[in-house]
Design a protein around this ligand. Structure first.
Ligand SMILES: [Zn+2]
Length: 639
C-alpha cells in the first residue's frame, strides 16, 4: 500500500471516529483538492444536518458526500420528487443525472432557491432520493461560451474525473524533504507590461503563476524555456494558478499543454470561461494577421479540461505544503489576488494580479484583509509619480455630455471598446443615464464580441459588485437586458440600416481599432461631421486608434482585392479619461496602506521601468517597508 492510500485509510478511520454510530461510510478518495466520502446511507447523512461541516472543519478539507451507486433509485423515478421539493420560482431549466458518481446537476435560473436556507432544500433532496444534488445558474442571457464550456466538460466527465483523481493524489503526496526554503523567480512582466509569469518553488513544489503574452512585441513569451520553469520538462511544474483571463496573463496557458504539462490550473469559474473566449480570439486574430500561433484550439480544450475552479475565499490545498486562496481583485470578471500559504505557517505571499482598489460600476474594490502576508507582488501599471486618473464620476459625466450633445444635434456616437469589462461599464453608465432621464432614450448597438462577453458577466452575478448583483439576482432588473440594448446579429446589412436611422450609440470592438467590426463603422459613419467617436480606453503606440486620437484625418484601410485605400475621417474625435480596470498611483498606495496585515516586502512588477521604480521608492518612503523593482529572471529567496 502506498503512502497516499495509507493516508486515505487513516482519514477513513478518523471520519468513523467523528460520525455518530448510526452513520457509516464505505470509502474515501481524493478528487482534486476535495475529499469525496462514499456512503450507503446518503439519506441519513442528509438528515444529520451539519455533519458535513463538522467533518470539513475537523479534517480541514473540502468534503463531498456521494452515495454508493447500488443504493440509488433510477433517475426517472426521482425527477418528479425533485420537482416537487424545489419551489417553482427557482425555475429549474434542466436536470442532469450522473450515474457514475450519483450526482444530479440541477440548472436553475435562481440557484439560491434550489439550495435553500443553509442548504436545507439540497439536504431535503438527498433525504428523499439519495442522490447528491449540485446546482448551477442558468445564464440569464444565452452565452455560447458558458454553454460550450459546460457541454464540453459534460462530454469529458470520465477523463475529467481521472484527471481529478490523479491531481488529488498528487496534492496529497507525502512530503519528501525536511528542508525549508521559499523562492520566487520572475519569468516576465518585470519593468515591462505583459507576459506575466512567476515560478514559486519550495523543496516539495513548483507553482507557475500566470503565463501571458506581450502583444506587439518581438519578445512575446515569458522566459519559460531558459528558466527552470520548463527546463526540466513541463511536468516538473506541480500546479498553475491563473489570476485572471486577460491575455497578458493567460495567453500561453494552453501552450503549456503542448510542452507536455498535464497538471491542474486553478482559477475562478468566470476566469476559466473568459480564458476560453480570449485565447480562441487570440488564435483568430493570429490567423487574420497571417501569423502561425504557437498552439491550436485543441490545447485550449486541454486547458479547460484541466482547470479546477475555486470560488473567492475558499482555502484550497494545491500541494502537500501549499494552500491557495483567491480573493476579489476588482479588475475584471473573476479576477483574483492569489494568496499562498506555504508550509504550515512558514511563509505567506500575495500576488495582486491586476487590481482596482476603489472598485468600479462592475466590481467591488480589491480585498485587503488577509490572515498573514510577508511578501506582496504588486502590479504597477499606473505606479509612476504622475499617474493619477480622472475621477470616475467626472469621466462618466464627460461621456454623458458628449453623447448628449452629439445625439441632440442628430449625430451618432461610436465608442470603440474592449469586449470584456469596459463595454459593460459603458453600458451601465448609459443605462443609468437613460433610466434617470439624464439622457433621452436612445438605441445602443453592441457589435463584435461584446454581447457574448456581457452574457458571461450576467452568468456570474456573484462576482459582480453588490448592488449590481442584487439587480441581476433578486429584482429581475438586469440592467444588461434593458430594452435600449441591441445586439448586431446581421453584420453589414444591419450596420447599413443603422447608418440610415436617427441618433444612436454604437459600442464596438476592437478597443484600439486594430480590426473587427469597428472598421466597418469607420467606413459607414466616419465621413459625417455630425458624428462623434469617443475613446474610453488606452490607445497603444502604433495602433490605428492612437493615430486617430492624435488627429489623423486620413487613414489607410484595406479595400477590395487586397488593395489599400484612404478613408477620410470628418467626424469629431473625443477622449474621455478616467475609465480604468486598474488602480491609479493613489489607488496602489492606498491598497498597500489598507492591507491588513501590511507586508514586510513588496515587489513592484507589471509596469514599465519608470513606474515600477517610482512605486517602489514611494512605498519604501511612505511605509518603510523593503521594496524592489525586479528585472526579469531574478530569483528571490524569502526563507
Ligand atoms: Zn489585466
Amino acid at each position: 500500500m502506498n503512502e497516499v492510500d495509507k493516508k486515505l485509510e487513516s482519514i477513513h478511520e478518523k471520519i468513523l471516529d467523528i460520525l455518530p454510530e448510526n452513520l457509516s461510510i464505505s470509502s474515501v478518495n481524493y478528487e482534486g483538492p476535495e475529499l469525496v466520502v462514499y456512503t450507503s446511507d446518503p439519506k441519513k447523512f442528509a438528515e444529520s444536518g451539519d455533519i458535513v461541516r463538522t467533518l470539513a472543519s475537523s479534517l480541514q478539507k473540502r468534503i463531498t458526500i456521494r452515495p454508493d451507486l447500488d443504493s440509488l433509485l433510477p433517475p426517472k423515478q426521482t425527477e418528479e420528487i425533485i420537482h416537487k421539493i424545489i419551489p417553482k420560482e427557482a425555475n429549474v431549466t434542466s436536470l442532469d443525472f450522473h450515474e457514475d458518481t450519483g450526482e444530479v446537476l440541477i440548472e436553475a435560473t435562481r440557484p439560491g432557491m434550489v439550495i435553500g436556507r443553509h442548504g436545507s432544500t439540497m439536504r431535503e433532496i438527498t433525504q428523499q432520493i439519495g442522490w447528491t444534488p449540485d446546482v448551477v445558474r442558468a445564464p440569464p442571457i444565452d452565452s455560447t461560451v458558458v454553454s460550450n464550456v459546460r457541454n464540453f466538460l459534460k462530454q469529458q466527465r470520465k477523463e475529467r474525473r481521472s484527471i481529478l483523481e490523479r491531481v488529488g493524489r498528487h496534492i496529497h503526496r507525502p512530503k519528501k524533504s525536511s528542508d525549508k526554503w521559499v523562492r520566487l523567480t520572475t519569468l516576465g512582466c518585470c519593468q515591462e507590461v505583459g507576459r506575466a509569469s512567476f515560478l514559486l518553488s519550495t523543496p516539495e513544489t513548483r507553482i507557475l503563476i500566470d503565463c501571458g503574452d506581450k502583444p506587439g512585441s518581438e519578445d512575446e513569451f515569458p522566459y519559460l524555456h531558459v528558466s527552470e520553469a520548463l527546463g526540466a520538462g513541463a511536468n516538473s511544474i506541480d500546479a498553475v494558478v491563473l489570476t485572471h483571463a486577460h491575455l497578458d496573463h493567460s495567453a500561453f496557458i494552453p501552450l503549456l499543454f503542448r510542452y507536455g504539462y498535464d497538471g491542474p490550473i486553478y482559477a475562478t469559474e468566470p476566469t476559466r470561461d473568459l480564458m476560453g473566449l480570449l485565447t480562441l480570439d487570440y488564435l483568430d486574430v493570429a490567423a487574420q494577421e497571417g501569423r502561425t500561433p504557437p498552439y491550436t484550439s485543441e490545447m485550449i480544450r486541454e486547458a479547460i479540461k484541466h482547470t479546477i475552479t475555486i470560488p473567492y475565499g475558499s482555502v484550497t490545498d494545491i500541494a502537500p505544503d501549499i494552500k491557495v486562496t483567491l480573493h476579489n481583485a476588482g479588475h475584471i470578471l473573476g479576477s483574483s489576488i492569489a494568496h499562498f500559504h506555504i508550509g504550515d505557517g512558514l511563509y505567506n505571499i500575495c500576488f495582486s494580479g491586476d487590481i482596482h482598489y476603489r472598485g468600479t460600476r462592475l466590481f467591488n474594490g480589491a480585498v485587503t484583509d488577509f490572515p498573514r502576508v510577508e511578501t506582496l507582488i504588486l502590479e504597477s501599471t499606473y505606479g509612476g509619480r504622475n499617474d493619477y486618473q480622472t475621477d470616475q464620476k467626472q469621466a462618466e459625466q464627460n461621456l454623458i455630455e458628449i453623447v448628449k450633445t452629439t445625439t441632440e444635434n442628430g449625430g451618432k456616437v461610436i465608442i470603440p471598446a474592449f469586449a470584456v469589462g469596459r463595454s459593460q461599464e459603458i453600458m451601465l453608465v448609459l443605462e443609468e443615464a437613460m433610466r434617470t432621464g439624464e439622457l433621452s432614450e436612445l438605441p445602443v448597438y453592441l457589435d463584435g464580441m461584446i454581447w457574448e462577453a456581457t452574457a458571461i458577466h450576467a452568468a456570474y452575478p456573484e462576482y459582480l459588485r453588490d448592488d449590481l448583483r442584487k439587480r441581476i439576482f433578486y429584482d429581475d432588473e438586469n440592467p444588461f437586458l434593458a430594452p435600449q440594448f441591441h445586439h448586431i446579429e446581421r453584420g453589414d446589412e444591419q450596420r447599413q440600416e443603422i447608418k440610415d436611422e436617427g441618433p444612436c450609440v454604437i459600442i464596438s470592438t476592437s478597443g484600439m481599432i486594430t480590426g473587427g467590426p469597428i472598421m466597418s463603422w469607420l467606413e459607414h459613419l466616419g465621413n459625417d461631421p455630425d458624428n462623434t467617436l469617443i475613446f474610453v480606453g488606452y490607445q497603444a503606440h502604433g495602433t490605428l486608434g492612437r493615430r486617430i486620437q492624435s488627429g489623423w484625418e486620413e487613414i489607410p484601410v484595406s479595400g477590395s482585392g487586397g488593395r489599400t485605400r484612404t478613408l477620410k475621417l470628418k467626424f469629431n474625435v473625443e477622449t474621455v479619461d478616467g475609465f480604468s480596470g486598474h488602480a491609479d498611483r493613489q489607488g496602489l498606495l492606498d491598497f498597500v496602506k489598507s492591507m491588513h496585515p501590511r507586508p514586510e516586502k513588496v515587489l513592484c512588477v507589471h509596469g514599465d521601468e519608470r513606474s515600477t521604480r517610482d512605486l517602489s521608492s514611494a512605498l519604501y518612503r511612505q511605509f518603510n517597508i523593503r521594496t524592489f523593482a525586479p528585472k526579469n529572471l531574478e530569483t528571490f529567496r524569502f526563507v
